[in-house]
Design a protein around this ligand. Structure first.
Ligand code: SF4
Length: 322
């Protein structure tokens, strides 16, 4: 499959008086048109920074390291100037965030924020932008779009606000949608609705979706492939079914063992002991070794990425950890 978004050896460095830290370290993944790739891992493992670096929305103290490439349709975004990047952001790659309340402007109505996004990227008049905004509100499942159009974010529920964010993201028909923990701030029933809307829109707009989540439970049945991230690196990539049935990396196995299952025999959930280390103190070698039940001497060295089967790769010294 041809890649629409091709990220290779992406490194993000933070500079401070205390030195340089690298919270994203040589991350590579590809995303094809119409595909959903889930980027999964615990909080603090570098998922959101990876997403922000694709749009180059990094904090001032951070920069993308030399040798990193982020190709969209064959064009590298890393060397682009700010004007070119502005056309990419929202126009070709859009992003929705965890908390729509902090992403929406509280002093503008939902409708005006959608029309503004449309007019920032398209040469259309006010009336056309309003018509398109109303269509989008309908597309994301907002009942009575005409009256919602003139409401302010505080007058909408959390689920409605996230739908408005999705409408803004879709307003310019992006090729890639990055959804960073899009349902974490919502209750479970609304979560399912938002994920279904994203999936439906991906199919109808033939978009590529990068779904960032700490929750493997929402990935099954929604993502085509999964990339598991730990301490700034991708440790396993596989087609979703394959990853759930035959996880090869001990970290993926531990993540799966900590997700409750509704089917099969009752099983005690198994937590992953310890926490993700800080980027200024990444362990040497395999970064999972302080928490890995199978760690042995060789794990003090960085394991290479190895192919397990077609489309399934892992970075672990052991062929079948158990
Ligand atoms: Fe565990 Fe070693 Fe594999 Fe890392 S390389 S996951 S420490 S067995």
């Amino acid at each position: 499959m041809t890649s629409l978004l091709d990220v290779r050896r992406l490194t993000v460095n933070f500079f401070s008086e205390a030195g340089t830290v690298t919270p994203v370290d040589e991350v590579s993944f590809q995303l094809a048109k119409g595909e959903t790739l889930a980027l999964v891992g615990e909080s603090g493992c570098g998922k959101s920074l990876t997403a922000l670096s694709i749009l180059q929305l990094l904090p001032r103290a951070a920069s993308i390291g030399p040798g990193s490439t982020i190709e969209l349709d064959g064009e590298d975004l890393v060397p682009m100037d700010e004007a070119a990047l502005r056309a990419v952001r929202g126009g070709r790659i859009a992003m929705i965030f965890q908390d729509p309340m902090t992403s929406l402007d509280p002093v503008y109505t939902a409708g005006s924020q959608i029309t503004e996004a449309i007019r920032a990227h398209r040469d259309v008049g006010k009336r056309q932008a309003r018509e398109r905004a109303l269509q989008l509100l309908e597309e994301v499942g907002i009942p009575d779009p005409l009256s919602r159009f003139d409401q302010y974010p505080h007058e909408l529920s959390g689920g409605m606000r996230q739908r408005v964010m999705i409408a803004i993201a879709l307003s310019c028909e992006p090729q890639v949608l990055i959804a960073d923990e899009p349902t974490t701030a919502l209750d479970v029933t609304v979560q399912a609705q938002i994920l279904e809307i994203l999936d439906r829109l991906r199919r109808s707009h033939d978009m590529a979706v990068l779904l960032i989540t700490h929750d493997l439970g929402i990935v099954a049945g929604r993502a085509d492939r999964v990339a598991v991230m730990y301490a700034g690196r991708i440790v396993e990539t596989a087609p979703t079914d394959r990853l759930f049935q035959h996880p090869a990396h001990p970290y993926t196995q531990a993540l799966l063992a900590s997700v409750p299952r509704l089917t099969g025999p009752l099983q005690r959930l198994s937590p992953i002991h310890g926490t993700v280390p800080n980027p200024d103190a990444w362990p040497a070698g395999c970064r999972f070794h302080p928490r890995c039940p199978y760690a042995f001497d060789r794990c003090q060295q960085q394991p290479p990425v190895r192919t397990v089967s077609d489309g399934h790769e892992t970075a672990c010294w052991l062929e079948s950890p158990q």
